[in-house]
Design a protein around this ligand. Structure first.
Ligand SMILES: [Zn+2]
Length: 393
């Protein structure tokens, strides 16, 4: 199954009842996936790493999980439809959660007390849930675009009620002819033209209204439109509800009768361009607000402090940057330095990717997470930043 926000929330909250370690496995199964080498080498390195720092009981638990995963991989990972990435979270208390995603990531296995979710948050940031309306003067089609999956949403539109041009001409010629004899002499063609225009507007308004209802009903995040490069686009935009207009992330040239694969390509390009522009905007806002006031912070330690106070509106992290850190899982306390937990006094657990812990905290606080995929020199000095909901001063 694909992953949605609710499941990510659950994962961020999850704590094993037995206190045993959890395996988070990301395995790239892009066809033609046909070997288990990738998995075996991940198991091999995880095993070596864990034997050094775990007690024998935990190591035994872990070995059982390794064989369970190995057996599963042998039987289930070949020839999966629409799947490039399989993500599995498993621990010895019986948790087994599995997600199949149509976009790939490099494989990795992490053994830590909590699910390693940062790669999933990066995917979900890059691939927001888009609703895509593709329309011309006679057709309208709706697609969802999520995690690289482009799927038509049937049954939203009734059969388009725009009469075809021939029937319009015929019926108008009849009534137009009679009317023309009395009043409108010679204006028949213009009337037909304006009648067709009315019908097109009726069709586009219908498509826009239905799209608005569907967008809200299904909680989409962003909106794209594809039309031919003609008057249909401004007409369609004129009928969009303001709520939808505010969420319009891009427009592209498309004809609804094109094959789905071409529509998908055009929609994905528009979405990706929007994501890049959005990164730029967020970084500008971070620097502007942290310089001019106290509604943004830059740097890992200031961001951790803001997370602890629940101030973070949007957590911004550099994709691919990793640094180790320390976490008290009982108290949700993070630190970049080795120290005892300031709340319970226990020594904190070392983790390989502190930014993963930050992402988990952000999810628990319902903060947005923005991953910066493109290189921004200024931001790379800090690796992390946050736009704040409120300031403490
Ligand atoms: Zn603690």
């Amino acid at each position: 199954m694909l992953i949605y926000n609710e499941q990510l929330q659950e994962l961020a909250k999850y704590k094993s009842t037995t206190g045993s370690p959890m395996i988070s496995l990301y395995i790239n199964v892009t066809p033609p996936y046909d070997d288990t080498m990738q998995l075996h080498s991940m198991i091999h390195s995880a095993r070596n790493e864990c034997r050094e720092k775990m007690d024998p009981g935990a190591v035994d638990d872990l070995e059982r999980l390794f064989s369970q995963i190995d057996k599963y991989a042998r039987n289930h990972l070949k020839g999966l439809k629409n799947t490039r990435l399989v993500v599995i979270f498993a621990d010895s208390s019986g948790l087994w959660q599995e997600y199949h995603l149509p976009v790939s990531l490099p494989g990795q296995m992490v053994v830590e007390p909590k699910p390693y979710i940062r790669p999933l948050t990066a995917l979900m940031d890059e691939f927001k849930r888009y609703l895509v309306l593709i329309a011309d003067s006679r057709h309208a089609r709706l697609f969802s675009l999520y995690l690289g999956d482009f799927e038509e949403q049937p049954d939203v539109f009734m059969e388009s009620d725009v009469p075809d041009r021939v029937r319009v001409n015929a019926s108008m010629a009849e009534t137009g002819g009679q009317a023309a004899g009395k009043v409108y002499g010679g204006l028949g063609d213009k009337r037909i033209e304006s009648h067709i225009k009315d019908q097109i507007h009726k069709h586009l308004k219908y498509a826009a209204d239905k799209t608005f209802d569907y967008f809200r009903k299904k909680n989409f995040t962003r909106f794209l439109i594809g039309t031919p490069d003609d008057k249909n686009r401004p007409w369609l935009k004129g009928h969009l509800h303001s709520y939808l207009k505010e969420r319009l992330a891009g427009e592209f040239n498309a004809n609804p009768t094109l094959p789905d694969s071409e529509l998908k390509k055009a929609a994905m390009e528009a979405a990706s361009q929007y994501e890049r522009e959005n990164e730029r905007r967020i970084i500008d806002a971070l620097f502007e607000k942290s310089i001019s006031g106290n509604m943004a912070v830059l740097g890992i330690d200031p961001v951790i402090r803001a997370l602890r106070k629940g101030q973070v509106h949007t957590l911004v992290i550099e994709n691919g940057y990793k640094t180790k850190g320390y976490i008290c899982h009982d108290d949700h306390v993070l630190s970049s330095m080795e120290e005892n937990c300031p709340l319970c006094g226990a020594s904190m657990t070392e983790v390989g990717d502190l930014l993963d812990g930050m992402a988990g905290e952000a999810i628990l606080h319902n903060s947005e997470i923005m991953h910066i995929f493109t290189a921004h020199e200024e931001f790379q000095k800090y690796h992390a930043g946050a736009l704040l909901r409120f300031s403490m001063q």
